[in-house]
Design a protein around this ligand. Structure first.
Ligand SMILES: C[S@@+](CC[C@H](N)C(=O)[O-])C[C@H]1O[C@@H](n2cnc3c(N)ncnc32)[C@H](O)[C@@H]1O
Length: 209
């Protein structure tokens, strides 16, 4: 698969601290997860989590039921190498979120930073939203961050779709209530600034079987 080989190549050729999306701490993601006020044993998935440090910080904050899914095995290997023993407390899954069958009504929190924006085809976005509706529990929270309308038009050399909070919410549909929206100026390791938006929605009706 072309996209998978792209990401495997990125994660095998660069240090995880040297990619444009690197964050020492995923501060806004963590704050939104804390705002969702779920229990520490809530089921949380970081979709396209790559080698993000979010999972490290979630463990430190006491969350115990964590899954990281990513297209790239190399990204997940890098995260586990960084975490050592702590990484054994996380479920790691390699897969394309638009094609992976996740268990039904499983997750209390779905988190995605800088993955949905790569889905430039409506059919891919539909598949993603179907995966959310299927696998998030009714009443669960969905946190998605993408480049803002005045953010870059590419990420990792790939084209992206940029969103306003309203535009991103519209992609998910009326079963999702927009609870919080935030913006972020992300400072890359190269000293540039990338504008992101974050939306936190709640899934009220779970219509798929
Ligand atoms: C820009 S990086 C962001 C990584 C992480 N979320 C973060 O904020 O540090 C995008 C990540 O999404 C993964 N990815 C891209 N397309 C994907 C897909 N269709 N399914 C699952 N993961 C995907 C890539 O391998 C990469 O790790």
């Amino acid at each position: 698969m072309q996209t998978k080989s792209h990401w495997e190549q990125i994660y095998t050729s660069k240090p995880t601290t040297g990619v444009s999306w690197f964050q020492e701490h995923a501060v806004q993601s963590l704050q939104l997860i804390e705002k969702a006020a779920v229990s520490k044993d809530a089921c949380i998935i970081d979709v396209g989590g790559g080698a993000s440090t979010l999972v490290d910080d979630l463990l430190v904050h006491g969350y115990s039921n964590l899954t990281v899914l990513d297209l790239s095995q190399a990204a997940l290997d890098a995260a586990q190498a960084r975490m050592g023993e702590a990484g054994r407390r996380v479920q790691w899954r390699v897969g394309d979120i638009t094609q992976t069958e996740l268990a039904q009504q499983t997750y209390d929190i779905w988190h995605d930073r800088a993955v949905f924006h790569f889905l430039t085809e409506p059919a891919e976005r539909d598949a993603y939203v179907r995966a959310v509706v299927r696998s998030v529990k009714p009443g669960g929270h969905v946190i998605v961050a993408t480049f803002a309308p005045d953010g870059p038009d590419k990420c990792s050399g790939l084209p992206v779709v940029r969103y306003s909070p309203e535009g991103l919410h519209a992609e998910f549909g009326s079963a999702f209530k927009l609870l919080q929206q935030q913006s972020e100026e992300h400072h890359t390791p190269f000293g540039t600034v990338q504008k992101f938006i974050y939306c936190m929605c709640r899934l009220y009706a779970n219509e798929s079987g």
